[in-house]
Design a protein. Sequence first.
Length: 460
Amino acid sequence: MSIPGACRAIPRLPTAAALSAACLAGLSTPALAADAAPAIDTGDTAWMLVSTALVLMMTIPGLALFYAGMVRRKNVLATLMQSFAICCLVTIVWMVAGYSLTFGTGTPYIGDLSRFMLNGIGAHIAKGADIGFTLGAGTPNATTMTIPESIYMMFQMTFAIITPALITGAFAERMKFSALCVFTVLWSLLVYAPVAHWVWSPLGWVAGLGAIDFAGGTVVHINAGVAGLVTALVLGKRVGYGQDDLSPFNLTYAVIGASLLWVGWFGFNAGSALGANGRAGMAMATTQIAAAAAGVGWMLAEWARTGKPTVLGIISGAVGGLVAITPAAGYVLPGNALIIGLVAGVVCFWTATSLKHMLGYDDSLDAFGVHGIGGIVGALLTGVFAYGPLSATDANPGGVSGSLAQFGAQAEAVGVTIVWCAVVSFVLLKIVDATIGLRISRDDEQEGLDMTQHGERINI
């Protein structure tokens, strides 16, 4: 179901309460939206500052520790380095061109370079004060924001950072660091930016289909999971996979990392309301409930199958629930969040422990099994359980409700994301492999990435 008027394709949150206020104020036509001087809402601004910091914390140190705790000791520092380096690289890529390609007006398929090097972001600052801004000004779906563009740009940057960092879990312990850096830059520009534009830009063609994605089920998790699977297949299995002991070095790190991810996810999901409002409150509640349900779901499935619930299992399940609720967080009620979490926990457990071995691929830390599959589950179930009043506005009194048609739109969004990500990721990997090589040597892999890639080791 599409949302007509100025609120039809609001990025990340098509009908957020903070943005629907703009419609209520009479900004229902592109001309008015473009001509008005949007006022800053200090409450919205404060919440988005906090949310941005929380999402950044999800990558460093959250994801860095989560992944580092699941590799062998000889690869711990290299795994931490991957998340930290990606944070640095993507920050620059986003500032230079990523933000412009994602949210520049452009076409329904990609933005333009009108915001290259963040051109114009300080145009309305006077005596230290800024105003809100209009995303997609001059287009039929122009969206008036109640926060400064600098904060919106930074919030979106943190999503662009964590997405390629998630991919590293699929190829952990065997990729050259130089190849990782080059692939990350290219992937951010040629995969992440187009998909984010399709889904969250006021002009995005996937949003125009009526598909909804509250905080990144397609853009972040399916994108990262599919890219991770393709990378794992192109690189091949780790040396000793299925024969040697590849057990985690220190699950304590992984538990700390998962806990930081859980807390940071409130910025990820509740922050995607783009304001301090009731939609943010519901997104926070559904996020907590789905994560807990998925942790229990994975734990019970593992307990029934092996006789022992593991620490690695329950934290993986909780992350799977956080992934699955991401596209749905601001669209569903708590009861349905419980269902989404339980389903995600069980399905991700089966994918990570059975499907992976049945098909024979080495998804080292289950990036595809948790993020790819969890994202698909969540995106599809959003089309089943969406509760209309949560996204209703004057322009669209019924909001977006679960239906067969909505499920179809969600499935289409999932499908195009998978195809684009898989094809372009494969091509980029082949280009990098042909130029500088993707995989470390067998001897280097046996010695470990810490020494061979960075000249350091943990001396404990």
